[in-house]
Design a protein around this ligand. Structure first.
Ligand code: SF4
Length: 338
């Protein structure tokens, strides 16, 4: 058997596993408000997830694979915490807040004697290096989890709603996240107090959704930043949306195949490039002006001079001219991590 034949067999094995991942990722009609979704600030989305789940577009395969990692690491992370001697109970316990038709399952409850005398809800989250650093920086710089509510990453905006719902349900003043970075294996805890005002807003959202579902009503879609790549964007809310004037469509199969592959690869590499940029900036700031040996690294940081021209504004204006540049953005049409 030659290399090509072996390659075909390997590809078919991979295709079978990919197919399995896709076939097990089904959308289903919500019969309750899921704690993990309640933080999503769009009533239309929730109404549709309950009443028209058949219109919900499945996430793309790369995203389904990322979801698998989080699920796969949940139990090992809880095991790690337990093995370290921390007390963890009620792993994977289901709960409902029947008055609001909210359901969920907490990852576990954790004992923190230094904080309070009862076990508090614990939620484990597996993160890419970039997300991990972003959340850690937020914690260290502000200590305020509300920053997640405005994150450019939509999935991050849902984390507080989930934990706050668990705290409400558990009648607990505290909850905690265990953030785990899946590449380096680093982690940190973040203890979050219950914010009654925010938690109340979640209950109000649940009440609105319940009323809509009882009345068979779908809240009117309103364009917002959540819409880009939303599972209902092109199947319900903004069907047939063209992309406005000035768009052309690449139609030849060869170009589509080539550019799709390149753009997918670009999408995969983006978090790694961002991690590189962050590390590069951190290292350059730390070693600025120092000649250092650390481990097997030799670092030299030498000053150099360049000439800067600080011209008066009137002279600058006299030489000003318009130059055209292009700002190019890439947006997945089938959703993706935002
Ligand atoms: S497309 Fe926009 S309005 Fe429609 S469900 Fe999604 S986020 Fe809500």
């Amino acid at each position: 058997m030659n290399r090509q034949d072996l390659g075909k067999i390997e590809e078919s094995l991979k295709a079978q596993v990919d197919g399995h991942i896709i076939s097990t990722a089904k959308n289903y009609a919500r019969t309750a408000n899921r704690a993990s979704e309640l933080g999503l600030a769009c009533d239309t989305w929730h109404d549709l997830a309950h009443q028209k789940s058949d219109l919900m577009q499945l996430p793309p395969l790369p995203l389904l694979k990322i979801f698998r990692i989080g699920t796969a690491l949940e139990k090992p992370n809880l095991r790690l915490i337990e093995d370290a001697g921390l007390k963890v109970i009620e792993q994977g316990r289901q709960f409902t807040l029947s008055k609001y038709r909210i359901s969920g399952h907490i990852d576990a409850k954790l004992e923190i004697p230094a904080l309070c005398d009862k076990y508090i809800p614990l939620e484990t989250k597996t993160c890419s290096p970039g997300t991990f650093r972003m959340i850690k920086a937020m914690k260290e710089e502000t200590g305020d989890w509300h920053g997640m509510l405005d994150s450019k990453y939509i999935f991050l905006r849902k984390y507080p709603g989930q934990l706050q719902t668990y705290e409400l349900q558990d009648n607990s003043e505290w909850g905690a996240w265990f953030f785990f970075e899946k590449t380096a294996g680093d982690f940190f805890f973040w203890i979050a107090p219950l914010d009654l005002e925010y938690a109340e807003s979640l209950l109000q959202r649940a009440e609105r959704i319940n009323a809509d579902c009882d009345a068979g009503r779908i809240a009117e879609p309103a364009r917002k930043d959540l819409c880009d790549g939303c599972e209902f964007e092109r199947s319900f809310c903004f069907v047939g949306k063209d992309f406005g004037p000035g768009y052309d469509f690449i139609m030849d199969a060869e170009s589509i195949a080539m550019w799709t592959e390149k753009l997918e690869r670009r999408y995969e590499l983006k978090p790694i490039a961002e991690e590189y940029d962050d590390l590069d900036a951190e290292a350059k700031a730390f070693f600025k002006g120092r000649n250092t040996v650390v481990g097997n690294w030799l670092i030299e940081s030498k000053p150099f001079t360049t000439t800067k021209y600080d011209l008066p504004d009137e002279i600058k204006k006299a030489y000003a001219k318009k130059v055209e540049y292009f700002r190019t953005s890439f947006k997945r049409l089938d959703g993706g991590i935002k």
